[in-house]
Structure formats: structure tokens, C-alpha cells
Design a protein around this ligand. Structure first.
Ligand code: ZN
Length: 265
């Protein structure tokens, strides 16, 4: 198969391969025209060379094409209309390759690893532009989806807050509306991260709702926080304010027809 055992750049010893990393040393690079389905290969030279057709000097780091034993500059190889796309963006590379009528793989020999490594591809400029546009459109679509997800989440949260507040109103009709909202919003924050209807439903159990309300009352309607700030042990502080908390909850449990501050007889 390999007619070209000679004529490769001095460092040459291995081949192409479509993987993004190059190249096993067992198959030398094709020097002639690419066969169907096989990549055209262009070398990133490590040594100075000369184009065997036009005589142009090809310094280190220039690209050259091998035809048989001859090194050609890209102009003489009829590849100078292509543009270099460095490796690193797999989606861009894949799309640019797809849209380009002609494509060449750029290989450079790694002296340390003793193998050819793929540096990127040469493709038509228009193919790169089209690929870039597609990648951008994808990014836009992703951003739009994230926006939609966030909106759905916000809607779910709002629904949860509303139903939690409604549940407080059922169980503790005397609880002022503003406080119902505050308790419900806090419960939603605590819950955020969890999902699922059953979890939400469980949280609307009487016990769970009252627990949330008690915590709120403890902080807002008793001296609990002041006790904590003064260094009182948490369980001791809770014990100390428990009666106050119960009193507030009892008051709130009264039917909503009772006006705030109205006394039971
Ligand atoms: Zn030339």
C-alpha cells in the first residue's frame, strides 16, 4: 500500500488518523492524493525546506504538502485558498469539516512524544463562518432553554408559596396575611433544591406547616433571638419561649371572623 517510504520530512514516521490526537507510527502519512474517505495531510514543518516547484523557502512553522518525494508550498499544492482552523473546538471543527468542499489535516511532529500530532485543519473560509454561525445558534438555543427552565422554576416556586400561604390561612386563619406570605416564602427557600409533587404535598401537612409557623413565631414574636444572642443554650431558649409561641398560635387558630386582638370569652 505504501509507495512512499522515502520523501517524507525527516521527522516523518507516522500517519494520519482522524482522531483529534494524532497518529500511530505504524502507518506513514499519505504523500500523494488523498484516497476517497481519507484525509489530505499537510505538515507543519519543524525544519527549513524549499518548495520544489516555485522554489519558495519554507521556514520552520510553515505548512507544506508532500507529493511523492516533493515538498510543495500550499500555493503550488493548490491549497492556499483554505484557512487554518486550530484544534480545540470539536463542534466547530466537525461542522467546518462538513461544510468544506476540501479539507486537509495539519500534522506536526512532536519530538518529545515521537509522533505526529494534529494541530487543526485547513478548510474553506466560508465553511468556518457557517460553522461558527451554527455554534452560536446552538449557544443561543441553550441560553433560551435555560431561561425557560428558570421561568418554569420561578412559576413552580410561586405556586408553592401561594399554596403554602393558603394552607396557613386554613389552619391558622388569625395569622396576618403578610406573615403568611413571609413564612411561605421562607419555606419555599428551604425547600428549593428539592422537587417533586409528593414532597411538596407532604410539606403542606398540618404538622409541617405548623412547624414552619412556630419557627417564624419564635423568631419574630418572642425574645428567642435575643436569648440566643445573649448566649443562652438553644434548647433552653426554646423552652423559655415555648409558652409564648403556643399563645400566638392559639390566637391565630381562632377563626378569621374574629378581629385581631379580640378576646375569647
Ligand atoms: Zn511553491
Amino acid at each position: 500500500m505504501d509507495k512512499t517510504r522515502t520523501g517524507r520530512p525527516r521527522e516523518a514516521s507516522g500517519p494520519t488518523g482522524d482522531s483529534d490526537h494524532a497518529a500511530r507510527a505504524s502507518r506513514p502519512p499519505r504523500a500523494g492524493a488523498a484516497k476517497r474517505g481519507e484525509d489530505l495531510v499537510v505538515f507543519w514543518t519543524l525544519n527549513e525546506s524549499v518548495c520544489s516547484e516555485c522554489g519558495e523557502e519554507l521556514g520552520r512553522g510553515s505548512l507544506l504538502r508532500l507529493e511523492g518525494e516533493r515538498a510543495l508550498c500550499l500555493t503550488c499544492a493548490d491549497l492556499d485558498h483554505l484557512t487554518f482552523l486550530p484544534r480545540g473546538d470539536a463542534a466547530l471543527t466537525r461542522r467546518a469539516s462538513k461544510h468544506s468542499g476540501l479539507r486537509a489535516v495539519v500534522l506536526r511532529f512532536s519530538r518529545s512524544r515521537k509522533r505526529y500530532e494534529r494541530q487543526g485543519i485547513l478548510v474553506e473560509e466560508a465553511a468556518v463562518l457557517r460553522a461558527e454561525a451554527e455554534c452560536l445558534a446552538d449557544a443561543d438555543a441553550r441560553a433560551a432553554r435555560q431561561r425557560r427552565d428558570a421561568e418554569h422554576r420561578a412559576a413552580r416556586d410561586a405556586e408553592y408559596v401561594a399554596s403554602f400561604a393558603r394552607r396557613i390561612g386554613e389552619l391558622l386563619p388569625g395569622c396576618p396575611a403578610a406573615e403568611r406570605g413571609a413564612i411561605a416564602e421562607h419555606a419555599c427557600e428551604v425547600r428549593s433544591g428539592r422537587v417533586g409533587r409528593s414532597a411538596a404535598a407532604k410539606e403542606l401537612d398540618q404538622g409541617a406547616v405548623e412547624l414552619a409557623v412556630r419557627a417564624h413565631v419564635r423568631h419574630r414574636h418572642t425574645g428567642y433571638d435575643a436569648l440566643l444572642a445573649a448566649g443562652v443554650d438553644r434548647s433552653e431558649a426554646r423552652l423559655e419561649v415555648a409558652a409564648e409561641v403556643d399563645a400566638v398560635l392559639d390566637r391565630w387558630r381562632a377563626p378569621s371572623t374574629r378581629r385581631a386582638g379580640a378576646r375569647r370569652r
